[in-house]
Design a protein. Structure first.
Length: 269
């Protein structure tokens, strides 16, 4: 049975890549619930950031579907040369081209798992308040990389320049991580220096307050309020675009990605 399940694990990751994922991995839900973001979320002050949506999940809570046992996470590379993948547009399902790509891959993988493997899946929305889970923690537990000093997932292959999506399964699957990978030790952290709002200027979260030392940006040196301020400015600087079949123009928002671009990990040139 163990060999059989390992074979399933390999097939799932390979099939995700065939459907268009750049990376894929599997994490245990039991262990994932104890990951840093899931552990401290209920201790954080309520925060209405850019991109938050109304949902039926209690504030500062994560809604874990009953019988969820494993999490399958997919990542799509988002290179600096293709910024349009992350441009948010009104009038388009999924918001950004990159997110629509992730939704499509996740749906194809879900259908394949049900049809070919008999595995029941639950593809999750992006937003926590609508029933999602923390994607970066899931990716770390699945072996895709580590949380960097820029408070982002950093992968060996692409650095932080990836986008994520997840589904849960009722089947217990072998986890593919975490892995021993830490490119931030000894790095001069250009990601922190380049932030236009100074989101990494001081320690915001403490081990004493939250009970663990694996805090946002490694040691709690990250202000989500300052980061959100830049996102608000980005939204205010939107461009008007034509929408097919509509008389009123739509909006095109280009959110800041300076910390991603500054990271040297995964750059090929």
């Amino acid at each position: 049975m163990e060999t059989f399940k390992k074979d399933i694990h390999t097939q799932i990751i390979e099939r995700a890549k065939e459907f268009g994922a750049s990376l894929a991995g599997i994490a245990s839900v039991k262990i994932l619930k104890k990951s840093p973001s899931h552990s401290i979320y209920g201790k954080l002050d309520p925060f209405n950031s850019v991109g938050n949506k109304e949902g039926n999940v209690e504030p500062s809570a994560v809604a874990w579907p009953e019988k969820s046992r494993s999490a399958i996470i997919i990542a799509v590379e988002h290179p600096e040369q293709k910024p349009e993948m992350d441009w948010w547009q009104t009038g388009y399902k999924g918001g950004t081209p990159g997110n629509r790509m992730l939704i499509s891959i996740n749906n194809k993988l879900s259908e394949w798992l049900k049809k070919e493997m008999g595995i029941q899946t639950n593809p999750l929305p992006y937003h926590i308040e609508q029933g999602g889970i923390f994607l970066k923690d899931t990716a770390v537990m699945a072996g895709l990389g580590c949380i960097g000093k820029n408070n982002m997932l950093v992968t060996p292959e692409y650095g932080p320049r990836v986008r994520l999506r997840v589904m849960l399964t009722e089947e217990v699957l072998p986890a593919s991580g975490p892995v021993d990978f830490d490119p931030c030790e000894g790095c001069p952290v250009p990601c922190r220096d380049v932030c236009p709002q100074g989101a990494f200027q001081k320690t915001i979260y403490s081990e004493k307050e939250f009970g663990l030392n694996k805090l946002p940006a490694r040691r709690g040196i990250y202000s989500r309020y300052r980061c959100n301020k830049q996102m608000v400015l980005d939204e205010e600087a939107y461009e008007e675009i034509e929408l097919e079949g509509r008389h009123q123009p739509g909006k095109l928002v280009k959110y800041c990605r300076r910390c991603e671009w500054a990271c040297p990990v995964g750059k090929t040139g």
